[in-house]
Design a protein around this ligand. Structure first.
Ligand code: 5GP
Ligand code: ZN
Length: 115
């Protein structure tokens, strides 16, 4: 189910433009508008799941499908040397868009510090 007020639902629908890098029945991947690494891609489920708090038995297949897509995306982006996958959940993690998303970061040696 989409949420009419959600930025990423609008991006999935094409109402807001994005630089798509991958899409299948379950997920959509596009370049982050404010990249924090040479490669910074967001992968989102094509269902409005607010955050990882809301993952349960009824929708966890989206997460599985996203994690099947991630290696294909990483390979296409030339991230053979490695990459980081991050999801921010809630205010303490500075989640700004309330639609579950996984950041793929790479293209350089990333910081050892994750927080
Ligand atoms: P969060 O902070 O919620 O984990 O990540 C949200 C991400 O969405 C941020 O990295 C931010 O740069 C990105 N973002 C916000 N608005 C847009 C947009 O309109 N287009 C794209 N491509 N990325 C966006
Ligand atoms: Zn949404």
């Amino acid at each position: 189910m989409e949420n009419n007020d959600c930025l990423f639902c609008k991006i999935i629908k094409g109402d807001i433009p994005s630089q798509k890098v991958y899409e299948n029945e379950f997920c959509y991947a596009f370049r982050d508008i404010n990249p924090q690494a040479p490669v910074h891609i967001l992968v989102v489920p094509k269902d409005h799941i607010e955050s990882s708090w809301k993952i349960d038995f009824s929708n966890s297949y989206y997460v599985a499908k996203i994690f099947e897509a991630i290696p294909a995306i990483a390979k296409r982006e030339g991230l053979e040397n490695g990459y980081r996958v991050v999801t921010n959940c809630g205010d303490d993690a500075c989640q700004t868009v309330k639609h579950l998303h996984f950041h793929i970061l790479g293209g350089e040696k990333l910081s050892e510090k994750m927080s």
